[in-house]
Design a protein around this ligand. Structure first.
Ligand code: VGL
Ligand code: ZN
Length: 239
């Protein structure tokens, strides 16, 4: 009798930027409710199905391009102003894009950059730092803001090649949780799909900078690239 080949399912969990600066009450870029998703994320971290659990950490130099205070007035209002950012990759200097400016946040080796203590960080196999190159924004751990997936073009921004790590472990499905839904979670999930993984966002384990329009826009982009939005108690999450 011919046997039906089963779809391979090797899931990974990516816990995005669960850091002090993204959480109330004291975070400089606090996302409303940011701390409240920690218990749910811990539950997901303890599911045996995940082959690998990766945490990401926004990790900026003091002079990072995304900090409003590093730009002259009048275009230096945190949350409000945008600057034109140039692609720092070799031979790409003619490429630019608007960059939203933020309060100073997640400066490398400062308390604001620490993973919040509510997260059981022992369960993370790897902690990947990103946004380390002062010249360029990096929301996704898979690419910088210019969305090139070739790691040689953004290696100054990260300390781990996450795509290679996932492929080495034969991962097929990537589940993304954490902060912020409309920025780092969004671009990480989209890039996981672009890197060839089935990509899922676990929506009850995510909070957004702008939970209205920002999250709505994220949902639209997820649909366009085939990122699936699921619930933590849904059947997809490898229980
Ligand atoms: C993030 C804004 C700036 C995030 C990081 O983690 O979503 N947002 N840097
Ligand atoms: Zn940042």
């Amino acid at each position: 009798m011919a046997s039906q080949a089963e779809t391979t399912f090797v899931p990974a969990l990516i816990v995005v930027d669960m850091q002090e600066d993204f959480c109330p009450p004291n975070g400089s870029l606090a996302v409303q409710g940011g701390r409240t998703i920690a218990p749910l994320i811990n539950t997901l971290l303890s599911l045996p199905a995940f082959k690998i659990r990766i945490g990401t950490q926004d990790w900026h130099p003091q002079d990072h391009i995304s900090f409003a205070s590093n730009h002259p007035p009048p275009n230096n209002d945190p949350f409000e102003s945008y600057i034109e950012m140039t692609n720092p990759a070799p031979g790409k200097q003619n490429e630019t894009k608007p960059q939203r400016l933020w309060p100073v946040h997640c400066v490398a080796s400062t308390p604001g950059a620490e993973i919040i203590p509510e997260i059981v960080a022992d369960k993370l196999d790897i902690l990947a730092k990103k946004g380390m190159d002062t010249r360029v924004e990096m929301y996704s751990v898979f690419s910088d803001a210019f969305q090139n997936m070739d790691p040689s073009l953004f290696k100054s921004s990260v300390d781990v090649d996450v795509t290679a790590t996932l492929k080495q472990r034969n991962v097929t499905d990537v589940f993304v949780v954490g902060l912020a839904g409309d920025y780092c979670v969004k671009y990480t999930a989209i890039d996981a799909a672009r890197a060839g993984f089935r990509s899922f966002v676990v929506e009850d384990a995510v909070k957004s900078v702008d939970p209205g329009e920002g999250w709505k826009q994220a949902l639209k982009e997820f649909e366009e690239v085939g990122v699936k939005v699921v619930k933590s108690d849904g059947p997809e999450v490898g229980r």
